[in-house]
Write a protein that binds this ligand. Structure first.
Ligand SMILES: Cc1cc2nc3c(=O)[nH]c(=O)nc-3n(C[C@H](O)[C@H](O)[C@H](O)COP(=O)(O)OP(=O)(O)OC[C@H]3O[C@@H](n4cnc5c(N)ncnc54)[C@H](O)[C@@H]3O)c2cc1C
Length: 391
């Protein structure tokens, strides 16, 4: 398969962007892809992998150099993330959550002391962050969350449960959105605070680890807070604005998930192209059949379109374009549906061999599905896109 198809990033890349992308690709090829099948089977990711990401600077890609980050633009970050997902989607989602959500929120809303105490170690990879917005009964409708923060001397006491938390047990700190003001309209976006909660805090209780369909090596857990005390210096920004901060960060998070989806789709396309060349039926490689060529052409087109839209959305975010929110939702929607399409077709190209665990397209098919669900389902992305049409 020509390198140009798989390796081309959005638009013309600068030498620095090419270098970072190639570094991520090499790391994925040498350290992730060879283990992806085993980590999926065991539903386990060794913590050393996170340490390695930290050593490469991949846990602070968007953070300025003054806080030990790489200070890169969004496009460069997404180029690297796509390559990591090409190697292992579970590693990529851990990296995406950490880079797009908690680190960005502390950078945007944290005090200088919070940046020293939390952001700097997160960027160095000494602390892995997670983001706790969802609850069992508050998913798409995040504003209906019920975890409670009650004012006390010198801080807040948290009670309640959070669901589906990526890195929630594996990681070192959680940014938790909890209701600070019950007198407000409970369905409004104000009156919710964001709290920096170390996972070893008294009252932090780890719940069930979810037994997932795909991205199995990425840890997804329920957590609960039992009279967990958070001092005032661990409240992020205004204690009534946590949900707003979280929703703002999710605009960037959606680009990360779009990059993860594009990486999965690229890997599936690559395997399918190779297999169609090697597999012979009716005395010829199956790629000689026009029906197969059309399939591969459709897959390759979706991958390139996903990458192009992702590049456009990343550039919009960096330039402060008013369309950035809509484009982020479009990129996430399109790339995740492309990943589902391409991985489904890749299984088809492999025939019966696509349906067994011996070949990687089976795992990629399972890994792709959740990109249509987390950080806002495809239905929610369509709502955002349509809403922005009338702004
Ligand atoms: C593997 C995994 C990791 C996750 N990681 C995190 C994490 O780190 N932190 C975190 O906070 N959350 C996380 N989540 C939660 C995720 O963001 C939610 O699952 C997602 O937002 C959907 O919420 P829900 O599952 O409650 O589905 P629901 O909101 O109950 O939706 C069910 C269905 O109804 C549809 N629907 C809902 N509202 C509408 C509407 N208005 N119009 C049309 N259709 C609608 C949805 O699209 C969906 O198809 C994770 C989830 C998974 C599966």
């Amino acid at each position: 398969m020509p390198d140009t198809l798989l390796q081309t990033g959005p638009g013309v890349l600068s030498p620095e962007q090419q270098q970072i992308r190639d570094l991520a690709r090499q790391f994925a090829e040498e350290n992730l892809r060879p283990h992806a099948e085993e980590w999926d089977r065991e539903a386990h990711l060794p913590r050393e992998v996170v340490d390695q990401l930290g050593e490469l600077g991949f846990l602070g890609m968007l953070i300025p150099e003054e806080f030990d980050g790489l200070g890169l633009d969004t496009t460069t970050y997404l180029l690297a993330l796509e390559q990591i997902a090409w190697g292992d989607a579970s590693v990529a989602v851990a990296m995406s959550v950490h880079n797009s959500l908690p680190t960005q929120m502390i950078l945007s809303h944290g005090t200088p002391e919070q940046k020293e105490c939390w952001l700097r170690p997160m960027v160095r990879g000494e602390m892995l962050g997670s983001f706790a917005l969802s609850e069992a009964d508050a998913g798409s409708d995040a504003a209906s969350l019920t975890a409670q923060a009650t004012r006390t001397d010198g801080g807040w006491v948290l009670n309640g449960s959070k669901a589906w938390i990526t890195n929630g047990g594996f990681g070192d700190l959680v940014l938790a959105m909890c209701r600070t003001d019950t007198s407000e309209d409970r369905r409004g976006s104000k009156g919710i605070g964001c709290f920096i909660v170390p996972t070893d805090a008294d009252g932090y209780v780890l719940g069930k680890k979810e037994d997932k369909m795909g991205q199995r090596a990425s840890e997804t857990v329920g957590i609960s807070f039992h009279d967990l005390f958070v001092p005032d210096d661990q409240v992020l920004g205004d204690p009534g604005m946590g949900l707003i901060y979280a929703l703002q960060a999710l605009n960037g998070g959606r680009l990360g998930i779009a990059a993860v989806a594009t990486g999965i789709a690229t890997a599936a396309l690559e395997y399918a192209v190779r297999y169609a060349d090697e597999r012979r039926q009716f005395g010829t490689p199956i790629r000689q059949f026009q029906g197969m060529q059309f399939k591969l052409a459709n897959m390759a087109t979706r991958v390139e379109a996903a990458r192009a839209l992702l590049g456009r959305a990343a550039a919009a975010k960096d330039s402060g374009d008013a369309a950035a929110t809509q484009l982020a939702s479009m990129a996430k929607l399109f790339a995740s549906e492309a990943a589902m399409y391409v991985t489904t077709e890749a299984v088809q190209v492999f025939g019966g061999y696509g349906y067994i665990k011996e070949y990687p397209v089976e795992r990629l098919f399972r890994d792709a599905k959740v990109t249509e669900i987390y950080e806002g389902t495809s239905e929610i992305q369509r709502i955002v896109i349509a809403r922005e049409l009338y702004r």
